[in-house]
Design a protein around this ligand. Structure first.
Ligand SMILES: [Zn+2]
Length: 408
């Protein structure tokens, strides 16, 4: 009955939801984990089965990239120069998309290349946001889980009927989402969330990425209204909360948009009260440290999220705002910016945090019965204790070269 079982042995196994397993084993049958525990126990339980020894390596679950825009991969030249500010970057991005003469095939090829690199870098699941359907077909080519979201943009009241009409015609299997509180009309935002709720879809949305967004949401003033005015979308229909320091999370809560399937991406400018709202509604958080750093928008209140029992996910965002789409690098940036946060928590964000945020119950940790999407990573020197192991994984960045084992 166990003829197809292979035992993977390693000096360290990180299940994520349990402590590090020293001299552990994982029994894999046809792409599934059938048992995990001390190697000696597995050896006895599956006698005669082949053993693959992963010497001086650590085994851990595949990573989850909870926020990316694959369709922007061909615009990587935008990450070569730091923009003067956030809206300057948005304008440069819009201009680059307009001016770029590349065909859909070329855009798709760049997106496919980015996705393949992510998988080679240890990513098993990606939440991909697109304004066009170009990258949607990549789902079939990805060995892991690729969730694609069609993102709506539309701030003005005039465009509302057309957006709602388009939304009503979307196929029910298409996951639709809103770009951000500052770029989507409140009514459209609510209708998008209502639809996602009805269909059981995850609802990722950029939230509180910049201080300018908080200013617009609370006062209706600042560089974002000015930007919308320049583009002809500021028509006075936006209703600010009118209360100082009331941010985007409170705004979304007031619109009835927060629940356990809403994923607040960036969440940089979030108050302590708003962290409490996120925790109370069960909404998810996805941090994008590399993109935040490139656009110089600030640092999220990570310690506050963890104190409230939230485990954020991690995302790379796109090559248009991040020179390197690597979750190892995202962990490294986060660890450097938040030295008070335990490295084990940061690794949990890149695995379990992402799986929870995207409701991918099969992923994010190693457990019996789950998919055997397991990474093996060589360690330059044996760690003296578990903390040193976690420390290495979240600070080594691009020097980590993972290998997939146990795949079907
Ligand atoms: Zn984004």
């Amino acid at each position: 009955m166990d003829a197809t079982v292979t035992i993977h042995r390693a000096p360290w196994i990180i299940p994520v939801t349990r402590p590090v397993l020293a001299d552990g084993g994982i029994a894999v049958r046809q792409g599934r984990i059938v048992a995990m525990g001390p190697f000696a126990d597995l050896r006895a339980g599956f006698s005669g089965r082949p053993v693959v020894d992963h010497e001086q390596q650590v085994l851990l679950p595949g990573l989850v990239n909870a926020h990316a825009h694959l369709e922007l991969s061909h615009l990587s030249h935008l990450n070569q120069t730091r923009p003067a500010g956030f809206t300057t970057w948005v304008e440069a991005l819009l201009a680059a998309r307009m001016a770029d003469g590349r065909s859909d095939e070329e855009i798709l090829a760049a997106a496919a290349d980015t996705l393949a690199r992510m998988h080679a870098d240890g990513v098993i699941a990606v939440a991909d946001i697109g304004n066009t359907p170009v990258a949607r077909g990549l789902q079939e080519t990805f060995p892991g889980v690729l969730l694609h979201f069609t993102e709506y943009l539309g701030h003005g009241r005039a465009g509302l009927p057309a957006h709602l009409d388009r939304l009503a015609r979307e196929e029910s299997r298409t996951c639709c989402t809103a770009h951000a509180p500052y770029s989507v009309h409140a009514v459209l935002l609510q209708e998008l969330k209502k639809r996602a709720r009805r269909l059981g879809h995850i609802f990722p949305i950029h939230v509180a990425e910049t201080a300018a967004e908080v200013e617009m949401v609370s006062t209706g003033r600042g560089e974002l209204p000015a930007f919308l005015r320049r583009r002809g979308f500021w028509d006075g229909s936006f209703r600010p909360t009118g209360i100082d320091n009331t941010g985007s999370v409170q705004y979304l809560h007031d619109l009835g948009v927060l629940d356990d399937k809403t994923l607040c991406v960036h969440a940089v400018h979030v108050s302590e009260d708003e962290i409490g709202l996120l925790a109370a509604t069960g909404a998810g958080v996805c941090l994008c440290p590399g993109s935040n750093r490139f656009l110089a928008v600030g640092r999220p209140p990570l310690a506050g999220f963890l104190r409230h029992g939230l485990l954020p996910a991690l995302g790379t965002d796109s090559l248009a705002s991040n020179p390197e789409l690597s979750l190892w690098q995202e962990m490294r940036l986060l660890a450097r910016a938040h030295p008070q946060v335990a490295p084990a928590d940061i690794l949990a964000m890149a695995t379990l945090g992402g799986a929870r945020a995207l409701h991918l119950d099969e992923l994010g940790s190693l457990k019996e019965g789950r998919r055997a999407d397991i990474l093996a990573i060589a360690l330059p020197t044996p760690p003296a204790h578990d903390d040193e192991l976690y420390e290495f994984l979240v600070t080594a960045g691009r020097s980590i070269q993972p290998r997939w084992i146990g795949e079907r």
